[in-house]
Design a protein around this ligand. Structure first.
Ligand code: KG4
Ligand code: ZN
Length: 366
């Protein structure tokens, strides 16, 4: 391991090759504090997730200030627990990966500062990870042999994006949402239906008791071959349906409303994802991010993939919503890629995919 100071930028740079050792990952971008340990081959030894659902439930959404405070109160315990579940001590580690963005500034600061202190004290490399790269990497956590190139659908609270993922780790954007993300549509719909935060799992549970065909919702009216999404019309449709119903009818048909609303979201996701597979000439599809935990979406994707002979990667539930195992794996891939890695990382709350700031800075300055 070589640590150098760039003559141009004054940054501390870790210059590879990095010899694989156990790696600690940290995620604190939103409302989950998570730490995970991978062994030297990249297998998950532990993945501890402390959810803040109870903190935010009474506000119906994430309160950034409370999220940051909760991360601060939990992070050390979560990291210690990840190390002890992995049967390792901090001296056994060879690197640390942490989410640098996108996310809530205060929440990101807690993870990044903790990781910086940890890496400085132990004198090993620190790698900043794009949260979206983490979600994408989760497809390979359970299936390390999943092929490239492939199509990846990222469906989370803030993203509904289709990419073509290349073997060199590059992602080409194929299409995305014009308005709300799928997770947002779930969360806002749940709020209108009077369900608890977080809305996605609440709609998923309630929809199981309903009939998805009893109350029809419009599927987004984009061109048939389009790879874009739009969920704002659906939200408005739910609002109007609820407004036109008496309170007792709303109660009696809550499960059918949830099932119909969910069906309209997941059918569009499945259709667009398989159009992307067709257009991109690949035979592999990965669906990642919090919404990929949706049980109806998982059923429809699995059926369609079998029908069309497409290889499907659907990460296990623990890797769908925010977790540090995916951050650790994405960080490991960056370290193994041979690119110089800056050690002086800062949070980037608006980080976009393809702009990994810590490496870009070094490349620009070296
Ligand atoms: O990936 P994630 O944990 O955080 C972000 O990076 O945004 O995704 C959170 C989103 C929320 O909108 C949540 O309601 C949704 O994922 N979600 C679900 C389910 N579980 C989580 N949506 C539908 N069905 C679920 N079972
Ligand atoms: Zn996420």
């Amino acid at each position: 391991m070589i640590r150098m100071t760039s003559r141009l930028t004054g940054e501390t740079i870790f210059d590879t090759p990095w010899h694989p050792r156990p790696l600690l990952g940290i995620e604190s971008s939103c409302d989950e504090t998570s730490a995970a340990v991978l062994d030297e081959r990249g297998s998950v030894l532990s993945n501890v997730i402390a959810s803040q659902d109870a903190v935010h439930r009474k506000y119906g959404g994430v309160v950034p200030e409370l999220a940051a405070r909760a991360h601060l109160g939990t992070i050390d315990r979560v990291v210690k627990s990840a190390l002890s579940q992995a049967g390792l001590t901090r001296r056994d580690l060879g690197a640390i990966a942490v989410t640098q963005g996108p996310g809530l500034a205060g929440a990101l600061l807690v993870g990044v500062n903790y990781a910086k202190a940890f890496a400085t004290a132990l004198k090993f490399p620190l790698v900043g990870v794009n949260h979206l790269d983490g979600h994408i990497a989760s497809a390979w956590l359970a299936d390390p042999e999943f092929p490239h190139p492939c199509v990846v659908l990222v469906v989370s609270g803030g993203h509904t994006h289709l990419y073509r993922r290349e073997a060199d780790g590059g992602n080409r954007l194929l299409g995305c949402t014009r308005d709300d993300a799928a997770g947002e549509a779930f969360d806002k719909g749940a709020q209108m239906l009077g369900l608890d935060y977080p809305g996605g799992p609440a709609i998923d549970r309630l929809a199981k008791q309903g009939n998805p065909r009893a109350i029809r919702f419009p599927l987004s009216r984009l061109r048939k071959s389009s790879l874009e999404f739009s969920f704002s019309g659906l939200k408005t449709a739910l609002l109007y349906k609820l407004r036109d119903m008496e309170a007792p009818a709303r109660m009696a048909q809550a499960a059918d409303l949830a099932a119909g609303y969910q069906e309209a979201i997941v059918r569009v996701l499945v259709d667009r994802a398989f159009i992307a597979v067709q257009l991109s000439g690949t035979k592999a599809l990965a669906v990642v991010g919090g919404v990929s935990a949706n049980s109806r979406l998982r059923v429809l994707l699995t059926e369609r993939a079998a029908m069309e002979g497409v290889r499907l990667a659907l990460p296990p539930m623990a890797y769908c919503t925010d977790n540090a195992a995916m951050i650790a794996l994405a960080g490991r891939q960056l370290l193994l890629s041979g690119r110089p890695i800056s050690q002086d990382i800062d949070i980037i709350p608006t980080l976009r995919l393809g702009t990994q700031a810590n490496t870009a800075l070094v490349q620009a300055g070296s």
